[in-house]
Design a protein around this ligand. Structure first.
Ligand SMILES: [Zn+2]
Length: 257
């Protein structure tokens, strides 16, 4: 149980997924963290969770079992009753201490420009938590630029572009972040040189490590290590940015960077 936070994986899932046909266990998450030296992981349900609320409860139990090592992110479809959606997000944030909210463009079929897409951004904004949006595969909804209107409508809301365009749309993610200071880039599945370019143009304080799948944890960390970044820049992108964006220092002691 780490009492300092240095390395943070901002994107992981727990449980089963009927959309992408996979399943991730607590044991896999813990094993990969220990193997790669990840201090903390932010965990969300898969978009294909049969009952998102039950997975939220499982994530909360895992957070309680491993204090300071796991943090929760809410993920559920916004296509049902809007009041019920807000109630579940509020429950996770206020009762379970979750630190973020996911808008899954492909897994939940959500257009960021739609009314239901706006519900996610508005809920995150109202509760004061960042919203992570899946980008990359699943266009047109997953195009990074579709988050620009929400970033402008809610200037106080931090929006993280998950996968930062997944390499094929990484240039668009970089452009979106370059025109909106409240857009952040989580770089799972991107090429190493794309990550270097994002860091050098957008700045390390808006780029963060994420892995998405357990087997990808050592891979994503290796990409950052291979870039031979300056030590302060490296510390920022592998943990500092996520700590700041998700306000993790309010939960655990963080060393000065
Ligand atoms: Zn994911």
């Amino acid at each position: 149980m780490p009492k300092t936070l240095n390395v943070v994986d901002a994107h992981a899932h727990l449980g089963g997924c009927c959309v992408f046909d996979n399943n991730t266990t607590e044991e896999e998450l813990v094993f990969r963290m220990e193997e790669s030296g990840i201090d903390a992981t932010i965990v969300q349900p898969y978009p294909g969770a049969k009952e998102a609320a039950k997975v939220h409860d499982r994530i909360a139990e895992m957070c309680a079992k491993h204090p300071g090592r796991f943090f929760g992110m809410v993920s559920l479809s916004p296509h049902g009753d809007h009041d019920a959606y807000r109630r579940e997000v509020e429950r996770c944030v206020k009762d379970l201490d979750f630190v973020g909210l996911k808008l899954h463009t492909i897994g939940h079929g959500v257009d960021p420009l739609s009314k239901d897409g706006d519900l996610v951004f508005a809920t995150g904004h109202d509760l004061g938590i960042p919203v992570m949006v899946h980008t990359g595969p699943g266009i047109p909804f997953a195009l990074p630029a579709l988050c620009i209107p929400a970033a402008r409508k809610y200037p106080g809301l931090k929006i993280i572009l998950a996968h930062a365009g997944w390499s094929i749309f990484s240039a668009e993610a970089q452009v979106a972040a370059s025109v909106c200071g409240n857009l952040y880039l989580e770089t799972s599945w991107c090429l190493g040189e794309h990550i270097r370019w994002m860091i050098s143009t957008i700045g390390p304080e808006r780029v963060m490590l994420g892995a998405d799948l357990p087997s990808n944890v050592p891979v994503e960390l290796a990409k950052y290590k291979a870039l031979n970044l300056e030590p302060d820049v490296y510390a920022q992108v592998i943990g500092g940015t996520a700590i700041e964006v998700f306000n993790l220092s309010s939960f655990v002691r963080v060393p000065a960077l």
